[in-house]
Design a protein around this ligand. Structure first.
Ligand SMILES: C=C(O[C@H]1C=CC=C(C(=O)O)[C@@H]1O)C(=O)O
Length: 347
């Protein structure tokens, strides 16, 4: 069965057809939907399932892959322990990011904004076949939402994201507030710090208000939990609210980008990111997923712990939430830890 999925994916890549491959967290089946032509769609289909691919700046950058063909494959996981590849960013990149964080901390102390997520792109030479990377992805991260998409007009991306943007079924919309990071290898007795608790609470409050604004109802808000994503731990709160299927886009537009990937207030954080990150995030911190208008279902994931493959390079992306309590060196270490999630699977 593993071979069937790999052969099918290889054929799609050879034919240069647009596809999205997705295995949801905890599921054993891998779903592929793809087009029969290379056409670039900027609107969804009324009756067919579509992959939704949205960049960080979603208002001008949303694409759809129409599910003209849909396939399901089972994937028997073969666990091997991949070497723990440590990511050591070049010294100048570390210093640059530390300075960026330090300036943000100063601004956060002096100005009326509370949080900004700052990120970077780390490029390495491509030395591993994409199908080998896909194999590692599916074997290593059964608890993540694993995806791989290719479109001749927009690129090739792959990731193992822990964060659901919206999951919609039977009239109920579920989402989550995910923020705050520590290493899963550290002493579990060490409690979460005030910085992490605050930064995650900001996200929960934002999402709760956004859901209430669109639906007119207060969402059910769960307790704060600790979840594991690869070798990292995060704080997570689940939220859910009933809403009509026709309102999903409105909810998504209200939620995205959440303060887990952008900041608060949103516009001030967006402006800050545009002025201080010296690269284009593209699909990183955008969202990826599938909508099915007939079954009235939708599952979108925030595009984190991801990489982009081009002709000769692989680009890894990661960032972290900065508040006035952030320590620049720790933020660089956190990014290196997050980059590890993808670095492990490309060697
Ligand atoms: C922006 C990222 O993570 C977000 C999700 C979980 C924890 C985060 C944090 O602790 O900063 C970030 O908000 C990333 O992985 O690149």
């Amino acid at each position: 069965m593993r071979e069937r999925l790999l052969t099918y994916t290889q054929q799609l890549l050879q034919q240069n057809l647009p596809f999205l491959l997705l295995r949801k967290s905890g599921e054993s089946n891998v779903e592929i939907l793809h087009q029969k032509s290379q056409k670039l769609h900027k609107t969804p289909h009324d009756t067919m399932s579509c992959a939704v691919l949205s960049k960080f700046l979603s208002f001008e950058n949303q694409f759809y892959i129409i599910g003209e063909v849909r396939k399901s494959f089972s994937w028997g996981i073969q666990r091997r322990t991949l070497d723990g590849v440590a990511v050591n960013l070049p010294e100048n990149v570390k210093i640059e990011h530390q300075n960026r964080v330090q300036s943000a901390v100063t601004s956060l102390k002096n100005e009326a904004f509370k949080k900004v997520v700052l990120s970077l792109k780390h490029t390495v030479a491509k030395s591993t076949d994409p199908l080998k990377i896909l194999t590692n992805l599916l074997d290593e991260y059964p608890q993540a939402n694993c995806y791989f998409f290719h479109h001749p007009s927009i690129g090739t991306w792959l990731g193992a994201t822990p964060e659901t943007l919206v999951s919609y079924k039977d009239g109920l919309l579920k989402t989550m507030s995910l923020a705050g990071t520590k290493s899963a290898l550290a002493d579990p007795q060490i409690p979460w710090g005030i910085k992490e608790k605050n930064e995650q609470q900001l996200v929960t409050d934002f999402i709760s208000k956004a859901l209430e604004k669109v639906t007119g109802k207060k969402p059910d808000v769960g307790d704060v939990e600790t979840i594991q994503a690869g070798s990292l731990l995060h704080l997570k709160t689940s939220l859910e609210v009933p809403v009509d299927y026709g309102k999903i886009n409105e909810v998504v537009n209200e939620l995205h980008p959440t303060p887990a990937v952008c900041g608060l207030p949103r516009q001030a954080a967006l402006d800050y990111i545009r002025n201080h990150e010296n690269y284009n995030r593209s699909f990183y911190t955008g969202y990826i997923g599938v909508q099915n208008p007939v079954e009235r279902r939708a599952d979108y994931y925030v595009n984190l712990r991801c990489l982009e493959i081009d002709k000769s390079n692989i680009h890894l992306y990661a960032g972290g939430g900065i508040t006035e309590l952030s320590v620049p060196q720790d933020e660089v270490q956190e990014i290196e830890n997050k980059l590890m999630t993808m670095a492990r699977i490309i060697t």
